[in-house]
Structure formats: C-alpha cells, structure tokens
Design a binder for this molecule. Sequence first.
Ligand code: CA
Length: 221
Amino acid sequence: MRVLVIEDDELVASGIVAGLRLSGIGADHVATASHADAAVCTASFDVIVLDLGLPDADGLTLVRQWRAAGKHWPVLVLTARDDVQDKVAGLRCGADDYLVKPFDLDELVARLHALQRRSSGRSVDRIEHGPLVFDPASQLVTLHGRAVDLSRRELALLQTLLDSGQRVLSTSQVKDSLYGFGESVESNALNVHIHHLRRKLGPNIVETVRGFGYRLGKAGA
Ligand code: CA
C-alpha cells in the first residue's frame, strides 16, 4: 500500500511517515495543498491522509475539488478539531474517514488498511491465495499453515501483488508501491526482493512478464 500524507506540521508528519514505513506501508509526505495536487498527478496512492489546516488551503476544499473532478481515492482526514460539525462537514465533502489528533499510530494503520480493503472491494481481513494466507493488519504470512518470515519490503511487494489480482504491474508501478519519493532505490533492489519472495513462497509466486513487469503467480512449490 502507498499512502500520501498531507500535513504541514513537520514533526507530526515525520512521525506518521516513519510509523507507516515501519508498518510496511510506503509513505510520501507533502506539506501544502498545492504540493498535494502535484503529488497526486505524478504518482498513484492507495489512501490519502489529509490534515485539515494547511497553510495554503483548507483540507476540505481539496477533498471537494478532487471529488468534483471525479477523483475517488480514499481520504482519511486528520484534524485537531474535535467537533461534530466539522466531522459532518468533512464526511459530506467526500472524506472517507476521520481521526482526531492526537491519535494512536496503530489505529491509523488499521484504518488505512480498512480503507484500502473497502476501495479494492474486499471485505474480509485475510487474503487467501492458494496455500498462502496474508493478514494485512498483523502483516503475518503463512504458507501451508506455517508462518513465513518476510522483510518489510517483501511484505509490501507481496501485498502489492495480492492487491493487483491477475493484472500485470509495470516495473515502475511495483517500485512506486515499495518506495517513497525521497527514498533512494538501488537499481537491483527490486530483483533482490523478488528473489527472496520466490525462495520463501515458491518459485512461481512472482511471474515475470517479459518487457513489461510482473504478475502474481501460484504460491508454494
Ligand atoms: Ca496543520
């Protein structure tokens, strides 16, 4: 999952981004509404975390503009305003969920997973793929009932593949889902993660589509 965090408080933002990355979620950060608009034009995000009080616009104006333009990515609003009126206004503008600061990072992660599930049409928490079971909330993976130890990037890669179903993903789509804007990526890093996934989850778990990218394959030997 890749998340865009729109928050002008640098301290809050860096805490959120670091926490999300530790939870295996690719997170990017911008501090203004205009940078947010630029970011959503250049990359695709699964969920947007939006602070309402931005220096150059009210967050709700941003949501209203996106919805009016037919952009339906899930938006979770963050605000210091613990006010029912604001909450109603936010949801009426088209936001999907709401958290009042200060909030618990685990709760944010759980809600992001729930929003992504809802937008991808999945209602169950666990994703089953043949003998492989993945629980996004706990980030636990089992193969034939046995726990498999995956690194943070391997988990993110697996989740991206599971979310894509049978669609072929381009190499840059896969990289985008694993790394934020600021993160440096060694050219061979993706191949290394794929190699490890194949070793741990079966040689066919990642299918290479020559000249284009990758697709989810069968789990197990
Ligand atoms: Ca703010």
